[in-house]
Design a protein around this ligand. Structure first.
Ligand code: IDP
Ligand code: MG
Length: 141
């Protein structure tokens, strides 16, 4: 039996600004993943930098932080069997042009930075990313 797991999804400021957040949430619902928590927030520089600390020093880091604070995000906790892999698959590759047809990034991404969404890349990182945005009291079950 495959164990249920959680993952963190972010609908990034480009997608919220384009008003396609509802379409992306529909794609999540149609995937069978369950939405366990959801909120809208505009990140400040220190929270965006903290969330993406692993990328500090990379060539795209400053542009990524600037982009992530440029408008509101919608932050979700998703749950299901293989949730990390399923959401990564539904998003598609980091570069929307490399992402398969029908994926969120292919449909709604603009370029490799403004690629419409985030997804955790492992169950362990998902736990850390979820704790970053959601206090335990919001996820009791
Ligand atoms: P991922 O979001 O597919 O896991 P990461 O390598 O973790 O990709 O990069 C985090 C985010 O940084 C990407 O989603 C994208 O917004 C941005 N990014 C990654 N690589 C580049 C790049 O080469 N140029 C500009 N932005 C990038
Ligand atoms: Mg990543």
């Amino acid at each position: 039996m495959v164990k249920k797991e959680k993952t963190l999804a972010i609908i990034k400021p480009d997608a919220v600004g384009k008003k396609v957040a509802g379409e992306i949430i529909s794609m999540i619902e149609n995937s069978g993943l369950e939405i366990k928590s959801i909120k809208m927030a505009t990140l400040d520089t220190s929270s965006a930098a903290g969330f993406y600390a692993v990328h500090n020093g990379k060539s795209f880091y400053d542009g990524l932080i600037e982009f992530m604070v440029s408008g509101p995000c919608i932050i979700l906790v998703l749950e299901g069997e293989n949730a990390v892999e399923i959401w990564r698959g539904l998003m598609g590759a980091t570069d929307p042009q490399q992402a398969p047809q029908g994926t969120v990034r292919r449909k709604y991404g603009t370029d490799v930075r403004r690629n419409s969404c985030h997804g955790s890349d492992s169950a362990e990182n998902a736990q850390n990313e979820i704790s970053f945005f959601f206090p335990g009291i919001e996820l009791l079950k």
